[in-house]
Design a binder for this molecule. Structure first.
Ligand code: ZN
Length: 213
C-alpha cells in the first residue's frame, strides 16, 4: 500500500497519511484534532499538556475503513478514518468529524486512566473468555463512552441507536433479549466511572441470557 505522508513541521505530533491524494480537508482535520485533545471534557486529568507534548498521532485516511484508534504503541497513536464520511467536495462536516474524534479519544483516555484499569493481559483474557461476545464487549465500551459524551452534549450515538443497532440485529436473528439485559445496558450507559473489569462482568451478564429462541 502506497502512503503519501504529509507532515507539517510546525505540528510534528501529527502525521497525516493519505491513501488517495484527492482528500482535501487535512488542514481542517488537523485543527479539529488539536482542539479535541485540548478540550476533551472527559480528559481533563488525563490529557495534560505534558501528554499532548509527547503524543505522536498518525492519521490514516482511507476510503471505506471503520473508524478505529490504536493505542498499543503509545505515545504513538494510530487513528483510522474514512474521509468520505466528512468530505463532500468543498464542504467539510466539522461537527461530525469532531464527534467521532471525541469518541475515539475517549478510548485513549480510558486506556490511560488507572481507575479504568485496562491492561493488555486483561484485554486478552477477556477476549479469550468471551470469544462469542467479543463484539458485545466492544459495543458495551462504545456505549459507555457515548453515554458519558451524550450527557456532555456531544451526541455521537443515542441509547436507542445502540438498541436498534447491535441489539436490533440480534432480535432480528431470533435472539431472546429480556428486559434485565436492557437494564444492564442502561447501567453502562448511565455510568460515569466504570472499570474495565466491570465492563467485562456486565458483558458476561448480558451475554448469558442471550439465546436463540
Ligand atoms: Zn469506539
Amino acid at each position: 500500500m502506497e502512503f503519501i505522508p504529509r507532515v507539517n513541521p510546525a505540528e510534528e505530533f501529527l502525521e497525516i497519511y493519505l491513501y488517495d491524494s484527492q482528500y482535501r480537508h487535512t488542514n481542517d482535520m488537523r485543527s479539529c484534532i488539536s482542539s479535541v485533545l485540548q478540550n476533551h471534557k472527559l480528559g481533563t486529568s488525563i490529557i495534560t499538556p505534558e501528554m499532548i507534548k509527547n503524543l505522536r498521532i498518525k492519521l490514516l485516511l482511507k476510503s471505506g475503513v471503520n473508524i478505529q484508534i490504536g493505542c498499543r504503541q503509545y505515545p504513538l497513536i494510530l487513528l483510522w478514518l474514512d474521509p468520505a464520511k466528512y468530505e463532500q467536495d468543498d464542504l467539510f462536516d466539522k461537527e461530525l468529524f469532531m464527534k467521532h474524534l471525541y469518541h475515539e479519544f475517549t478510548h485513549l483516555i480510558d486506556r490511560r486512566n488507572p481507575i479504568f484499569g485496562i491492561t493488555e493481559r486483561k484485554e486478552q483474557n477477556a477476549e479469550n473468555l468471551l470469544s462469542d461476545f467479543k463484539y458485545l464487549l466492544k459495543d458495551l465500551w462504545n456505549l459507555y463512552i457515548d453515554g458519558r459524551l451524550w450527557r456532555r452534549d456531544i451526541k455521537v450515538k443515542s441509547f436507542k441507536d445502540y438498541m436498534d443497532g447491535w441489539f436490533g440485529k440480534k432480535l432480528a436473528k431470533g435472539w431472546c433479549i429480556d428486559s434485565d439485559v436492557i437494564k444492564l445496558y442502561k447501567k453502562a450507559w448511565n455510568a460515569e466511572k466504570l472499570t474495565y473489569a466491570r465492563l467485562v462482568s456486565l458483558a458476561k451478564k448480558i451475554g448469558n441470557p442471550l439465546r436463540t429462541n
